[in-house]
Each structure stands twice: as C-alpha cells, then as structure tokens.
Ligand binder design. Structure first.
Ligand SMILES: Nc1ncnc2c1ncn2[C@@H]1O[C@H](COP(=O)(O)O)[C@@H](O)[C@H]1OP(=O)(O)O
Ligand SMILES: [Mg+2]
Ligand SMILES: [Mg+2]
Ligand SMILES: [Mg+2]
Length: 329
C-alpha cells in the first residue's frame, strides 16, 4: 500500500470540511455569499472549508504545496469583516484556536503554484451553486505527483448512497489511491466503512446513462453524442464532481462535459477534475478531453491544453470519442 498517510489525512480533512459545510448550510442566510470577479458565487462555507482543509494538510505535511480555488483577499476588505467573523466563528467549532487572522492565513495556504513534482489541489466546495440550492456539491482533494493524481478524495454530503434505495440516506465519501482501486463509504454510519466500487457492468440498462452538469456544458451536442454512442436512458443531471462518483460506482456509464457555446474560451480547472479522474480510473474507467487527449494537471491551474471531458468505461469512452470526431468534423 502506498500513500497511507496522505490518504488518511485527506480523508480526515474532507470529513471535517463536509461537517463544516453541513453546519453552515443549516444556518446559512443569503448575505453569507459574495460574487467573485467571474460572477460565480462564493459562500462562507467555501472559505471556511478551504481554511480547514489547508490547516489540516499543513499540520501533517508542512512542506507540501496546496493549490486551492479560493483566496482570502476579498475577506480582508473592511466591508467584508462581518463575513470573516462568521467564517471564524464556524471554524472555531472545528479548530478552537481559529481567529480572523489565522483563518485568512489558512485560506491563503492554498495559494501555491502548480509544479511538476508534488502538490495538493483543493476545491473546498465544488458546485457552489448546487450547495446554495441544497443539491449536489463536493469537497474535492487530490495529491498530484509528476502530473499524475495519486490520491483523490471526494466528500459528497448530499449524494444518495443508493439512487434506488432512499432509505440508505444521503452522504458519500469516495477515496482512491493510484493502483489500489476505488472505494466508497456512506457518511451515515458511525464507523466509516470504505468498500470497493466498480463501473457499470451493462446488466442494468437503466444505468446505461450519462451524468451531466445542470449549469455547464453544451447540452445540445451532448444529447447527440450520447445517443450516437448508444446510451438511451435519460441523463442524470447533477452539480459538482459527484458526477465522477456516480460513474465510478456504476450509477451512470458516462460523464460528458463539452465546452459551452456561450463560453467557448472557458478552460476547466484542475481542482474540478483531478480527484474525480483518479476515482473513475481506479474503478476501471477512462478519462480524457473531448479529443481523447490526456488531461493535464501539471501545467497550470487552468487546464489550457484540454477542452471538455469524457469519462466512461473503456468501451463507451471509445464510442463517445468516435461520435465526437464525427460531429466535430
Ligand atoms: N463558466 C464555467 N464553465 C464551466 N465550469 C465552471 C464555470 N464556472 C465555474 N465552473 C466550475 O464548474 C463546476 C461546476 O460544474 P457543474 O455544473 O458540473 O456542477 C464547479 O467547479 C464550478 O466551480 P465551483 O467550484 O466554484 O462551483
Ligand atoms: Mg467557485
Ligand atoms: Mg469547482
Ligand atoms: Mg469551488
């Protein structure tokens, strides 16, 4: 077994951040949200979850670089002091020594640079819009070495443990280490029981479906490609890297995300994919961009060499790449 300590620490950090997000969500009010430069929302939970994860990683791996989505610059503006104080108050429930200054320092531990050796990438809340709608979101943590995700953890506090059995409740933890398979645990039981998960096996036709974003993508082209690849069941629409989780555990056969026609120049971010890609690969699947090229995690935080993502079983992956070649020709 490899990366034992990294895996353990990433799981602890993700669970702490998930508990934090659940607390904030239960008590959140509209003014607990800011708008970023790109018009996307960021909440006190995004900031607090980044602070907690970075603080935790840094305690155990003091020399490791962290590349996270958020930074504390807006929180240092005088008009945002009430917001910062709220984040600190919630953070103190998990780390009693938190104060305003430390919380900003912990958030900014996540301002490291992508490099070719070793770094962590973190999305403290992936799917902030889903979080605000009380639908799907994920805490996503990945360790990248030499451009390759080695450890990936996704906590999905709102994801049904089993779409077909609502009694099993919501809340899932996904864990993968390169070469060691993909695992999932319910967040509902007292003891975390990680069990192996696998891709869809084709015996259940209703699971031969695609997982798609609610907000992002080219839904028109996706529809044509999905059909051409031979997937006929209605898509699952859900926010965040929870889509990687449902593919890895066989609730869907494909995650397709094509560049939106309204934002053709948007490039994906490493923290939106690294953990999920490892999870699906370790469950036996394939992940690439829309041209079938390898997703690159070590050139920049923006994946400027890739467009779109195709994540699936080897057979459907091939079929989707072929269908895309046909439609894009
Ligand atoms: N214009 C955009 N196009 C594609 N993805 C985006 C865009 N803006 C933000 N995102 C990120 O896409 C992911 C949400 O995708 P989905 O629609 O699949 O849930 C999130 O990681 C979100 O960031 P964030 O982490 O801030 O929520
Ligand atoms: Mg965001
Ligand atoms: Mg994200
Ligand atoms: Mg985010």
């Amino acid at each position: 077994m490899a990366y034992i300590k990294e895996k353990q620490v990433a799981i602890e950090a993700a669970l702490k951040a998930a508990a934090f997000c659940i607390d904030v969500q239960n008590e959140l009010i509209a003014t607990d949200t800011l708008e970023k430069g790109d018009k996307s929302p960021v909440t006190i939970a995004d900031f607090g979850a980044q602070a907690l994860v970075c603080q935790h990683l840094r305690t155990v791996f003091p020399n490791d670089i962290i590349v996270g989505e958020e930074n504390a610059s807006s929180l240092q503006l005088p008009e945002n002091l009430p917001l910062l104080e709220k984040i600190t108050a919630f953070t103190q429930r998990f780390v009693p020594e938190a104060n305003n200054e430390r919380v900003c320092e912990w958030i900014d531990l996540g301002n490291g640079e992508v490099n070719k050796e070793r770094f962590w990438t973190l999305d403290p809340i992936d799917g902030t819009k889903g979080f605000l709608r009380r639908e799907q979101y994920a805490i996503a943590i990945a360790l990248i070495e030499n451009g390759d995700p080695k450890v990936g953890v996704l906590a999905c506090p709102m994801l049904p443990v089993d779409y077909d059995d609502p009694k099993r409740g919501v809340g899932c933890l996904f864990v993968a280490v390169r070469g060691e398979g993909a695992l999932m645990a319910s967040l509902n039981s007292h003891r975390l029981q990680l069990k192996p998960i696998h891709l869809v096996d084709g015996r259940d036709p209703k699971r031969l479906r695609c997982a798609e974003s609610i907000e992002h993508g080219d839904h028109e082209l996706q529809k044509k490609v999905i059909k051409e690849a031979g997937l006929h069941a209605d898509s699952l629409k859900l926010d965040s890297q929870a889509k990687y989780g449902v593919v890895a555990r066989g609730d869907a056969a494909l995650y397709l995300r094509l560049p939106s026609p309204t934002q053709p120049d948007y490039r994906e971010k490493i923290w939106d994919h690294a953990a999920g890609v490892l999870l699906v690969e370790e469950a036996g699947g394939k992940a690439s961009d829309m041209l079938g090229q390898r997703l690159q995690f070590a050139s920049d935080q923006t994946m400027k060499h890739n467009q779109g993502v195709v994540v699936s079983t080897p057979v459907y992956h091939r079929a989707v790449i072929d269908a895309l070649r046909y439609f894009l020709a």
